[in-house]
Design a protein around this ligand. Structure first.
Ligand code: HEM
Length: 399
């Protein structure tokens, strides 16, 4: 697998070639070497198998060089405490605290406010003259929604976006540079500091926001004070940005590139919930994730050693013809079962329901308000991040 400019512009031919060549490949392009899994069945099986494949994988990532070890130690210690990188029982304990904040009835309470913010952001654009969809909506909205769920000021969204971008650049680099690691460290510590100064004021609050829930769990002994608490706050603030932004951007880009689909959704709005899932399948906002092998094992005839890194190519799995008929065709009426864009198993994205709700609100509004929306550029402007595939800009206008 070669991560070059052509791959960053369109990774799907590479994934198809890898899938056809076999289910598992060794690649030196990831953190000193990793096993790449290309097929739907294997990606799903690995993500569901938390016994043989551990989510604890930040060490080699952050501590890439001896020179960086002492400098990045505080970054690694905080980063590694986020639930995303933990196994049972710690993962299970923290996840059950947070699950309550993402229940459907809780999320539904936010739907009207999200709709209002989407309308306000769209009121501010001049669709006839043209606007950049990423700048006008896809970048600010996810930050504002996370601010609502955490009950923190949306006015700070500029900081949230900048910190999240630094972390995303680091996570998205198959072999991060020292500079990228340093910037990610500074931003993660800034996020943690932000919540640290918020905690004393929030400690006795009885609200239903995610920070108050974590603090009540801390008081009950279910979350450890200090790094564990702050790591979850930072993870929540970060996790919903680049991902949701890229679903909105990649999704609109795919729909406008295929006017038949765009028009069909206008005629048949009931298709929208399924169409959002299809957009997630078609161009996955998280292209891959990783796991560490917990004990030597043989997979498709290859010997995997304890500690080896496995890269589960979610975006390839979503285009596996063994799972999805005509996988390279966008079909807004498809009901894509076995969607892996939110992962699978114990770490299945906790924000999936929120994301689906947010995306349906955005695409619903766009279809109604701007039925003749068109792309301005002939070629999409991909940002080039290998994990968080998305657009740097998406200029559009109403014809
Ligand atoms: C398009 C939007 C999104 C996509 C594609 C996405 C994708 C994913 C994926 C693939 C995972 C699993 C990673 C793994 O197993 O290694 C995950 C986990 C997670 N996501 Fe999302 N995500 C999205 C939006 C969000 C939002 C809005 C939040 C907001 C709270 C969020 C919070 C999380 C958290 C906290 C985890 C860790 C869950 C755990 O470890 O149990 N995500 N997400």
């Amino acid at each position: 697998m070669i991560i070059d400019a052509a791959f960053r512009a369109d990774p799907y031919p590479t994934y198809a070639a890898l899938r056809e060549a076999g289910p598992i490949h060794w690649s030196e392009e990831f953190f000193g070497g990793a096993w790449l899994l290309t097929r739907h069945a294997d990606v799903e099986a690995v993500l569901r198998d938390a016994v043989r494949f551990s989510a604890q994988r930040t060490g080699g990532w952050v501590m890439q060089s001896r020179a960086a070890r002492s400098e990045l130690m505080d970054f690694q210690q905080l980063f590694a405490r986020a639930m995303l990188f933990l196994d049972a029982p710690d993962h299970t304990r923290i996840r059950s605290v947070l699950n309550a904040g993402f229940r459907n009835d809780v999320l539904q309470q936010f739907a009207p406010a999200i709709g209002q913010r989407v309308d306000a952001l769209l009121d501010a654009v001049d669709a006839d003259a043209g606007f950049d969809f990423m700048q006008a909506l896809a970048r600010p909205l996810p930050a504002e929604v996370m601010a609502m769920l955490m009950d923190i000021p949306a006015a700070d969204r500029g900081d949230f976006i900048a910190w999240s971008d630094d972390l995303a650049t680091f996570i998205g680099a198959p072999i991060p540079s020292l500079e990228q690691a340093r910037r990610a460290r500074t931003s993660l510590l800034a996020m943690s500091g932000y919540f640290e100064q918020l905690v004393p004021q929030r400690r006795h609050a009885s609200g239903d926001d995610l920070v108050s829930r974590l603090l009540r769990a801390e008081a009950a002994g279910d979350i450890q004070p200090g790094a564990e608490l702050l790591a979850q706050c930072a993870m929540l603030l970060f996790a919903g940005h680049e991902t949701t932004r890229n679903l909105l951007g990649n999704g609109l880009q795919a729909l406008l590139a295929d006017p038949v689909s765009w028009q069909r959704l206008q005629r048949e709005p009931a298709l929208l919930p399924g169409a959002v899932r299809e957009l997630l399948r078609f161009d996955s906002p998280v292209q891959y994730t990783g796991r560490r092998v917990t004990a030597d094992l043989v997979l498709h005839g290859r010997q995997l050693r304890r500690g080896d890194l496995v890269v589960a190519l979610i975006a390839s799995a979503n285009r596996d013809p063994a799972r999805h008929a005509e996988p390279d065709r966008l079909d807004v009426a498809r009901r894509p079962g076995g969607l892996l864009s939110f992962g699978a198993g114990p770490h299945l994205c906790i924000g999936a329901g929120l994301t689906l709700m947010e995306a349906e609100i955005v695409f619903g509004r766009l279809l109604r308000r701007f039925p003749r929306l068109q792309r301005v550029d002939a070629q999409p402007r991909w940002s080039g991040n290998a994990v968080y595939r998305g657009l740097g800009a998406l200029p559009v206008r109403q014809a």
